[in-house]
Design a protein around this ligand. Sequence first.
Ligand SMILES: Cc1cc2nc3c(=O)[nH]c(=O)nc-3n(C[C@H](O)[C@H](O)[C@H](O)COP(=O)(O)OP(=O)(O)OC[C@H]3O[C@@H](n4cnc5c(N)ncnc54)[C@H](O)[C@@H]3O)c2cc1C
Length: 221
Amino acid sequence: MKVVLLAYTQGADAICAAAGKSCYSEKPSSEIREDVDSEKTLSKIVGMGHLSVVEHAVFTFSVEGVSRALTHQLVRHRIASFSQQSQRYVSLKDPTYVVPPTVKGDPEAERRFEETMDAIWKAYRDLEAMGIPAEDARYLLPNGCTTNITVTMNARELLHLFSLRCCSRAQWEIREMAERMLELCQEVSPAIFKDAGPPCVRGPCPEGRLSCGNPRRRRIS
Ligand SMILES: Cc1cc2nc3c(=O)[nH]c(=O)nc-3n(C[C@H](O)[C@H](O)[C@H](O)COP(=O)(O)OP(=O)(O)OC[C@H]3O[C@@H](n4cnc5c(N)ncnc54)[C@H](O)[C@@H]3O)c2cc1C
């Protein structure tokens, strides 16, 4: 898996902090931005639940070589824009798939997994050779098939994504993606993403009996 931050709002911390402060000031954001204490302001305003101020910051990622099982979960997040490699227009001639760690850790499971993938791809190529279009041959392809997706989200939606997907209850592959995205966001916008991550970073775990029992385990910064 590769996660690349392609583009982001320059000066996002100061822009969002100034936007928040401008709600309570005679001055406009353009004047406040110059000397605003982003961390202090955002921690107060966002802490109060005034989350719309971080919608002014937008981040675009290229998520590469992940499974369709991951992207199926990712695209459930609705306040976002996605562009995903097409299985209609891109013919996947060679086997390309993600092997879960549990499978990799068991030689017999890995053997079965790989021989099934080889059989699937052989059938896929056979159908294409018979003239079946890629858009129909793809019905054979598995959840583990790799894909590339470009995703754009504003910081409010990213905070929500990190809350759900950096939690130990999230599925391992999307959790790995979310943790990489969070690290990239914290590098460029440390104030907005200071307390980002699963709910246990900010307070008690809301998962009840499903809790991993390991509070505050994921604070990254
Ligand atoms: C551990 C885990 C297990 C899961 N298991 C399953 C499962 O078994 N089956 C399954 O189908 N899904 C499952 N999901 C997906 C989950 O149900 C959500 O679809 C997904 O996490 C997207 O989150 P969301 O709906 O909160 O927010 P987003 O789509 O990211 O939207 C952000 C927020 O905007 C608001 N919002 C967005 N759209 C609306 C709307 N139409 N009406 C009102 N408010 C809205 C909500 O406040 C929402 O939280 C799982 C997710 C996790 C993290």
